[in-house]
Design a protein around this ligand. Structure first.
Ligand code: HEM
Length: 446
């Protein structure tokens, strides 16, 4: 565990402000890895600050937390993304040349592609595809040994997103592509072996999709005409020249990978349904008013996104020297914004550590910059995730199937599973081991 003592600030600062409080550890990377979700928030509370400096991955890094700091972080005049993400994440999670590392007008042009691909009508189609695939794959009661909900959801989502995006995927390739896509988000930050497997997976996936981009452009059989994948293959940021084929493959992976990553939220949502009996009882209450029932379900999904961990933080670099809250920010410094801690910040949330969906029932608009599991600011013009609609709708769909649909119910096998917060992404043990029960989960759990 890092020590909380504060070292005096470095004397010379190029701007009119004090250097931030600093952790005394020479390097805090191991402490961060041991507790990635709570590292920033815990130190910030102990230091009584919204910003402090720690050495992470051998580089001095500003650590920011809370809604005020998030507002600052998403001010494009203050921070930029080029060169901010650690190389290890670029080689696995993000890829190189994609939207995550762009700034300014170039970023907005590339981002417009994602905004268009995730418009509500397109999301409706993806939801319909996932519903169909989930229903087809869910085992009949008694026909299957207990299984991991996380593992179950991954091939379903891989199949659905490839079908929806127009990427041909022969049935025999589904297990391989599923494994590779999962490694990108559940392996990148693991040990050395997992990290190397994630790098390998990215190379294979990019090669596969690059071939698809080239075939589509050459008029050979490739991505489905009119599909999202075809749009990406033909997209050019400026003028008629399309993106380099490898970059188009990176962007297509920016669509496929995170849809498969919704499997993380689905197993966390299963955990929430299993563990939080009061919240579950509210969901199961028979309500004549369909609108109120829907509002309760949406609130439950929102609270899962707020309460449970997914990405701990996002990285940027200080664009130019400035002072904030009396603290000097120096050009080029790396900064990390604490997503998990901000979603649990007592300045913005009542009883932030309680799982309490009612907080969203009557006012679905969270305080600005406080609910940021998928980033903050404006998704169209900044780096906020363009997939919040997809994640929330897919979670809502699966919740609805669990609560209402005959034959799609399950119960948890064994003891209530612990949530493993020391892995990235955090997950219930085993990804939540369940067994199908053939009745809506709600009926059985009530
Ligand atoms: C599974 C749940 C998801 C989580 C927890 C999540 C989280 C995030 C986070 C934290 C960021 C970074 C925000 C920032 O840099 O400020 C991000 C960016 C992004 N997400 Fe998601 N995301 C999810 C689902 C999706 C989905 C379904 C899509 C599909 C469209 C998607 C596409 C992207 C893209 C393209 C970016 C980069 C945006 C940019 O740099 O401008 N994500 N996401």
């Amino acid at each position: 565990m890092s020590t909380l003592a504060v070292r005096p600030a470095a004397s010379a600062t190029p701007v009119d402000g004090a250097a931030p409080p600093r952790l005394t550890d020479w390097d805090s990377t191991l402490a961060f890895r041991r507790d990635p979700y709570r590292f920033i928030g815990r130190h910030a509370v102990a230091l009584g600050t919204e910003v402090f400096e720690a050495r992470l991955m051998l580089r001095p890094t500003l650590c920011l937390t809370g809604a005020r700091a998030a507002r600052l972080f998403y001010d494009p005049g203050r921070f930029e993304r080029a060169g901010a993400a650690p190389g290890a994440l670029q080689a696995t999670l993000f890829g190189r040349g994609g939207v995550q590392g762009m700034d300014g007008a170039a970023h907005r042009r590339r981002k417009a592609l994602f905004v268009a691909l995730t418009e509500p009508a397109a999301v409706d189609d993806l939801v319909a595809q996932v519903r169909q695939d989930w229903q087809a794959a869910w085992p009949r009661p008694g026909a299957s040994a207990p299984f991991s909900l996380y593992d179950f959801a991954q091939p379903v989502l891989t199949h659905a997103v490839c079908a929806w995006a127009g990427v041909p995927l022969p049935a025999a390739e589904l297990p391989l592509r599923t494994r590779q896509l999962v490694l990108l988000f559940d392996g990148a930050a693991g040990g050395l072996a997992a990290h190397l497997r994630a790098r390998w997976a990215r190379r294979r996936l990019e090669a596969w999709l690059t071939r698809g981009v080239e075939a589509t452009r050459a008029g050979r059989p490739g991505f489905r005409p009119g599909s999202a994948a075809e749009r990406i293959a033909r997209h050019g940021d400026t003028g008629a020249r399309p993106l380099p084929a490898r970059v188009a493959a990176v962007e297509l992976l920016n669509l496929l990978r995170p849809v498969v990553a919704v499997s993380v939220y689905l197993s966390l949502m299963g955990q929430a349904l299993h563990v939080h009996r009061g919240a579950r009882a509210r969901l199961l209450q028979p309500l004549p008013d369909a609108a109120e029932r829907e509002a309760r379900r949406r609130a439950f999904v929102q609270e899962v996104r707020r309460h449970y961990p997914f990405f701990p933080a996002v990285a940027a670099r200080v664009r130019d020297d400035f002072t904030w809250q009396g603290v000097a920010f120096r050009r080029g410094q790396r900064a990390l914004l604490d997503l998990y801690g901000t979603c649990h910040d007592a300045r913005a949330w009542a009883d932030p550590w309680d799982f309490h969906p009612q907080r969203f029932e009557h006012d679905e608009r969270p305080p600005p910059f406080a609910l940021i599991p998928q980033g903050g600011g404006d998704a169209a013009t900044h780096h906020r995730c363009p997939g919040e609609g997809i994640a929330s709708r897919l979670m809502g769909l699966v919740l609805q199937m669990w609560l209402d649909d005959d034959g799609l119910g399950w119960h948890v096998v064994g003891e209530p599973p612990a949530l493993r917060m020391d892995r990235l992404p955090a997950l219930p043990l085993g990804g939540l081991i369940v067994e199908p029960v053939g009745r809506p989960a709600g009926a059985l759990l009530a």
